[in-house]
Design a protein around this ligand. Structure first.
Ligand code: FE
Ligand code: FE
Length: 278
């Protein structure tokens, strides 16, 4: 079985996101040692994320039209959400918002990027509409063309009905070479959903990070480059920069969320109206 391991000891993590203390931790280990619930998550995810499923979800949720609310309402919904696909984090997602944003802030990045750290997972409020976790979280991947074997647990695609449709299993499938990831349908989840909700309020780099932050086969494994265009090639490094903060800020380092909140209230108000459509 192919093992996908991010193994970074403290010095790598430290130089990446400014931590100085010495500690080691393996992130994103997907093999026989992965917790059973995470494996089960990906089994169901890979079986059900078909092109038809994705197209139906896009029709159901896009453009966003279900509910009017603000960023802080969404944060509240994430208080009770624990991501079943994540082998490295068992804290409520709202805490992960602060962890990611604070790591970005510590390194002196622009305010819009701190905000991206804070909101990047708010699409997980899809749980409010009773969506199952396999349709909200986990790594994303293109549908409508061949599944890369660099996607975590590729063996679980065995029960995906798209495997039986030969037109969807060629390298390009329904796409054209160099068409750009924006013209590709990705497995449905919190990335694309939130991107469509917030894109008009943020710089395009911010939107790009949100849209592809779970696309590890693309931004980490270098897969699906034949579907990229010049725009993707210019923007990809933003996602790669962000990914370090998303991942390596998951140490259980205590944060005083109450003390931090006023800073984030001001930041959110700088970019977003009080309520908008989700
Ligand atoms: Fe995410
Ligand atoms: Fe995240």
């Amino acid at each position: 079985m192919k093992k996908i391991i991010f193994l970074f000891v403290c010095l790598v993590i430290g130089s990446a996101i400014g931590h100085e203390e010495t500690q080691s931790h393996e992130y994103r280990v997907y093999d026989e040692t992965t917790p059973a619930h995470v494996r089960e998550f990906y089994r169901v995810n890979h079986e059900n994320q078909t092109l038809d499923f994705v197209l139906n979800k896009k029709q159901e949720y896009l453009p966003p039209c279900h509910i009017r609310m603000g960023i802080w309402d969404a944060i509240k919904h994430l208080d009770t959400f624990v991501d079943e696909s994540d082998p490295d984090l068992d804290l409520p997602q709202s805490y992960h918002c602060y962890q990611t944003a604070e790591a970005i802030r510590r390194d002196g990045h622009p305010r819009w990027m701190i905000l991206v750290g804070f909101i990047h997972d708010l699409g997980k409020m899809l749980q409010l509409f009773d969506e199952p976790q396999w349709a909200i979280v986990g790594d994303t991947f293109p549908v409508g063309c061949a599944f890369s074997d660099k996607i975590v647990f590729p063996e679980f695609f065995g029960n995906n009905s798209d495997l039986k449709k030969s037109v969807l299993q060629t390298k390009l499938g329904i796409y054209q070479e160099g068409c750009g990831w924006e013209n590709v349908h990705f497995s449905w989840g919190h990335d694309e959903y939130l991107y469509q909700i917030v894109k008009d309020y943020l710089p395009e780099e911010a939107g790009y990070i949100i849209r592809y932050h779970s696309f590890y086969p693309g931004h980490h494994e270098g897969e699906y480059q034949y579907l990229m265009n010049d725009y993707d090639r210019a923007m990809l490094s933003w996602v790669q920069l962000f990914q370090k903060y998303d991942l390596y800020s998951k140490d259980p380092e205590p944060l005083d969320v109450v003390a931090l909140k006023p800073y984030y209230e001001e930041l959110v108000a700088e970019f977003f109206p009080e309520v908008f459509l989700w």
